[in-house]
Design a protein around this ligand. Structure first.
Ligand SMILES: [Ca+2]
Length: 315
């Protein structure tokens, strides 16, 4: 009777722990994905379809299979002397907005320009929270002293910008690293005056042009952390021969590996490395000698980032 009661209690504790984890993972994604395009749905050589449209004609723009961050296709954009190429999607001017895009330059000179934009403010429009890839340097707004990183040709860079029109500040991440912390982003406090998101190649882009891929725009909040993982066991102490159950969880499809380290340092790979979907899964095995503390390590990685979570149990 007492044992049965304990089992029920354990079950409640595990269920409560799982609910807590699911709840916290849910709140981490308090933003809404309002646009996503990996350019895989278009024919090579064609222009984009609605909601994309052209603002400045530049030299050319089309879907290409020469380079891709995801799949096999990306969007190629090329300006010409004194005439930029700019393509856009109309978006609601939310005060808090985040965007992500992968950028690839094949040669210098390049002048990629990504922004929140309003064509009707001033003669050539006004950019907010904009990023430029200009001849080896990544700039957050304009140029000059605002360089935050260098870039190489023939390399993909993942840009993420989190903009807040209340504070007029933005955070800029390059390949997941925060390289621009609370930078000025332009505009008037409390007013979100943009009405488009743009991808462009400015008029100084010469003959090189630039490739874009994996555009994501999030409204009302910040972009969620892309990879969250957790690992836990159903109990903290087991008897020899008792079944140990390890739970592991990820909010993003990833490659995962589950390892148990014994008190003498011996490592046993319980699962992986293999590709797993968004899931909560478990592995069970009978507890064996030697006694002592076991460390469970759950490693997970995507093309962008890697995470490690640990938990412990005793025999
Ligand atoms: Ca793609």
């Amino acid at each position: 009777m007492a044992k049965k009661m304990k089992k029920v209690l354990n079950c409640i504790v595990v269920t409560a722990a799982m609910l807590l984890i699911v709840a916290s993972m849910g709140s981490a994604s308090g933003s809404e994905l309002i646009l996503e395009d990996n350019f895989e749905s278009y024919s090579v050589g064609s222009y984009l379809s609605s909601p994309w449209y052209n603002i400045w004609s530049g030299d050319t723009a089309y879907v290409s299979d020469s380079y891709a961050y995801s799949g096999s296709k990306s969007f190629y954009s090329k300006g010409k002397p004194n005439w930029a190429r700019t393509d856009a999607v109309q978006i609601e001017p939310n005060k808090q907005i985040a965007y992500e895009v992968a950028v690839y330059a094949t040669a210098y000179p390049t002048d990629a320009h990504i922004s929140l934009y309003n064509k009707d403010i001033s003669d050539w429009g006004t950019h907010y929270a904009d990023i430029r890839f200009l001849d080896g340097k990544i700039y957050a707004r304009g140029g000059g002293a605002n360089g935050i990183a260098e870039y190489q040709t023939n390399t993909w860079y993942k840009v993420k910008v989190e903009a807040d029109f209340d504070t007029q500040k933005m955070d800029v991440y390059i390949n997941g690293a925060l390289l621009g912390n609370q930078l000025n982003m332009g505009g008037t406090s409390g007013e979100a005056l943009y009405n488009t998101f743009t991808l462009g190649a400015e008029h100084s882009s010469g003959n090189s042009g630039v490739y874009f891929d994996d555009v994501k725009i999030y409204a009302e909040g910040t972009a969620p952390e892309s990879l969250l993982i957790d690992v836990w066991t159903d109990k903290s102490k087991y008897n020899i021969g008792e079944t140990v159950t390890i739970y592991y969880q990820t909010n993003t499809a990833c490659t995962a590996k589950l390892t148990v380290t014994k008190p003498d340092g011996t490592q046993v790979v319980v699962g992986g490395p293999d590709d797993i979907p968004v899931c909560t899964r478990s592995k069970s095995a009978a507890a064996g000698y030697p006694t002592g503390t076991r460390t469970v390590t759950f490693e997970a990685w995507t093309s962008d980032e890697s995470k490690e979570a640990t938990c412990y149990f005793n025999l």
